[in-house]
Design a protein around this ligand. Structure first.
Ligand SMILES: [Fe+2]
Ligand SMILES: [Fe+2]
Length: 329
């Protein structure tokens, strides 16, 4: 279908209005993921039906690499998103797809299955492709708000053709795992491109739920550790996975870090603030965020099923600079 400029404009305006009614005020750019001052929640059930329409429409008018709806990045079937790199570290948590889409970072191709976490450290050249017949969607977690403070950010498109060559298939394990070349000493980067497969993450969470101790503010809590440093996932951000037991209500605390969440399973409510509390109700694939220094607690509203939440916090950046504070009630 070829639309006239007027028809295109009209359909874009209709889409914008629909998104706005769902609380999505900025959707085209990765900057849609930047922190806001107020708590927010985006419901998957609201935005998912708009993905196909948004995907087709934006593909006609925009650089496809900037296609976000409600902070979910979309890649349409058959599409290859041109490569670029930037100072900001990026993490991608896959929400929807059949494993046929991929990201290439510094020549390494990683296929993206639902709930996988892909880490792309600063200035990694990256592009995406979708070889399947369905849309793929993930949530992007960048430290652009930190980059904004440390300007200027380097941002460049790959110029030698649209995309750099793929030089290796998934090789994360050999580069970062228990088996590595013995001469891989010398100065190491602070983070390398890596994919954390969901099966391993959820198995570790399950094991910890059996034997570990609950964090009073987050339930069972895991960090995706950086295999190079043993510390935070990337120097500025820590990716985490948490499990709230059936009916669990956490205690209330606040901290100077920002935490952005993506619900993997279950239903619950996160309460922000103590006077005039805001209740963020969430379900599978929803995204929500708690701004810095606001009291909050989580509750699993199911009495039979656990709730699992993925999150990214910028706590490591605060800690490195001595700004991290936490208070409990
Ligand atoms: Fe990017
Ligand atoms: Fe917290």
């Amino acid at each position: 279908v070829v639309l006239s400029p007027d028809q295109l404009k009209q359909r874009e305006e209709e889409l914008e209005a629909k998104l706005k009614s769902l609380g999505v005020t900025e959707h085209r750019s990765v900057r849609a993921n930047r922190p806001k001052d107020e708590p927010w929640v985006i419901h998957w059930r609201d935005v998912f039906p708009l993905f196909r329409e948004a995907g087709e429409l934006m593909g006609l008018t925009e650089r496809v690499s900037r296609r976000h709806v409600g902070g979910y990045q979309l890649v349409m079937p058959g599409e290859i998103v041109p490569a670029h790199h930037h100072s900001a570290n990026a993490m991608r948590f896959v929400v929807y797809g059949d494993g046929t889409a991929y990201t290439v970072t510094n020549g390494e191709q990683m296929f993206m299955e639902p709930r996988d976490l892909l880490v792309q450290p600063t200035l990694g050249w990256h592009h995406h492709g979708n070889e399947g017949s369905d849309i793929v969607a993930w949530r992007d977690y960048l430290d652009v708000h930190i980059m904004d403070a440390f300007q200027p950010e380097i941002f460049e498109d790959w110029e030698d053709g649209d995309i750099p060559p793929i030089t290796q298939a998934e090789g994360t394990y050999a580069r970062t795992g228990l088996f590595r070349a013995p001469n891989a000493r010398g100065p190491q980067p602070k983070a390398v491109p890596i994919i954390y497969k969901w099966g391993e993450a959820v198995a570790a969470l399950g094991a910890l739920a059996k034997t570990g101790e609950d964090d009073p503010y987050d339930g069972i809590l895991l960090e995706y550790r950086n295999p190079i440093t043993g510390g935070a996932t990337v120097p500025t951000m820590s990716a985490r996975l948490q499990l709230l037991r059936p009916g669990q209500q956490t205690r209330t605390h606040r901290h100077s870090s920002l935490v952005r969440h993506c619900v993997v399973a279950g239903t619950g409510v996160t309460t922000v603030d103590v006077t005039d509390p805001v209740e963020l109700r969430w379900a599978e694939n929803d995204a929500f965020a708690i701004p810095t220094w606001r009291w909050h607690s989580h509750r699993n509203t199911s009495t039979t099923e656990p709730a699992i939440i993925f999150s990214v916090t910028d706590q490591p950046a605060y800690e490195a600079l001595g700004f991290y504070r936490e208070e409990t009630r």
